[in-house]
Design a protein around this ligand. Structure first.
Ligand code: P6P
Length: 333
């Protein structure tokens, strides 16, 4: 495959599909550069005094790791001067972040989970950055939280960086999914997979099985059928993986198929699952659908959900199309 840079890819996409105007190209290049900086900081580990807790909690009530805050700062500082954004929102910040008045403002809204999988940071397991791009509503003057609350189908771009054995950037701007590997010697993102496609069937599933006693019947039924293997109703054996970093689990599924589930459960009936709609489920669902997979909350296509709050949570079933359709149908039953 012809190895091209991220910049060349973005220019060619604009020529082909007219979907990446200059400001969006700048946005994607700035975010990808910030992800290189985050990758460098993550890679230092204890040598960079970046591990451990920061002694604070985020809006989710979760203990913040030093790298959570550093990654958030890196994305804010990298993006606020460029004139491409109207505002930003992050898992790590209660309210959205308007662009300071000293900088020009643009027509895009950027949302991100700066470092997803925090529980894995201190044990050297793969983590990542997830981002979502929306257009600011026409005629918007001063941004409000309401301006962010658009369904995932309105995203103009979505992607993630995965900080694993390789650092990779996965990106969609609405015409398929492409993968770039960080060439650390050159400091550049090089395309290594083009037009990724997820197999419609799979023999691998991802769920935190320690919650089994709390699952609602449709999930219990679906998982017990997988566990019954070749002797059971599915007539084949299944394997399980759970990395507890959504980025790592999704990247595996994008690469070789699978189904990822974080359902609502009886632990807290008022909490519709753990994952956040705006900057985890929506960007990952756009990527998965663009690669031929499916993503629902158990009944509704995730990209069709009308958000009601910036940090709202949503149940997530995503990955190989036929499995997502099956587990979703069990909810309908
Ligand atoms: P659990 C990481 O904290 C995260 O938000 C996702 O990346 C991951 O899939 C999930 O939570 C893991 O949750 O309950 O298994 O620790």
């Amino acid at each position: 495959m012809k190895r091209i840079s991220l910049t060349q890819h973005l220019i060619e996409e604009q020529r082909l599909h007219n979907t990446i105007p200059a400001e969006l190209r700048l946005l994607i290049e700035v975010v990808s550069r910030a992800c290189k900086t985050i990758s460098h900081a993550v890679g230092k580990g204890a040598l960079g005094d970046v591990l451990g807790v920061a002694g604070s909690e985020n809006v989710q009530g979760e203990v913040q790791k030093k790298l959570d805050i550093m990654s958030n700062e890196m994305l804010l500082l990298a993006n606020e001067w460029g004139g491409h954004l109207a505002a930003m929102a992050s898992e790590e910040m209660e309210s959205f972040h308007p662009i300071p008045n000293r900088y020009p403002k643009g027509e895009y809204l950027l949302l991100f989970d700066p470092l997803d999988g925090s529980s894995n940071i201190d044990v050297n397991v793969t983590i990542g950055t997830i981002f979502s791009v929306l257009k600011a509503p026409e005629g918007m003057k001063e941004p409000t939280e309401q301006d962010f609350l658009q369904p995932g189908s309105k995203q103009v771009a979505a992607g993630y960086a995965v900080y694993g054995p390789q650092t990779m950037l996965v990106l969609t701007t609405g015409n398929g999914v492409n993968c770039f590997t960080l060439d650390r010697e050159m400091g550049s993102w090089v395309m290594t997979q083009r037009d990724i496609s997820i197999p419609e069937d799979t023999a691998e599933y991802a769920i935190n099985a320690s919650n089994a006693r709390h699952w609602y019947p449709p999930v219990s039924r679906y998982i017990s059928e997988l566990e019954a293997g070749v002797e059971g109703p599915r007539g084949k054996n299944f394997n399980m993986r759970w990395i507890a970093s959504m980025v790592a689990d999704v990247h595996r599924i994008l690469t070789r198929g699978g189904v990822f589930m974080y359902p609502a459960d009886a632990r807290d009936p008022s909490k519709p699952g753990k994952l956040r709609l705006m900057y985890e489920a929506n960007p990952m669902s756009m990527i998965i659908e663009q690669a031929g997979g499916a993503a629902t909350d158990g009944s509704t296509r995730i990209l069709d959900i009308q958000p009601t709050a910036l940090h709202q949570r949503v149940p997530v079933f995503l990955g190989s199309k036929n499995e997502v359709e099956r587990v979703t149908s069990y909810h309908a039953g």
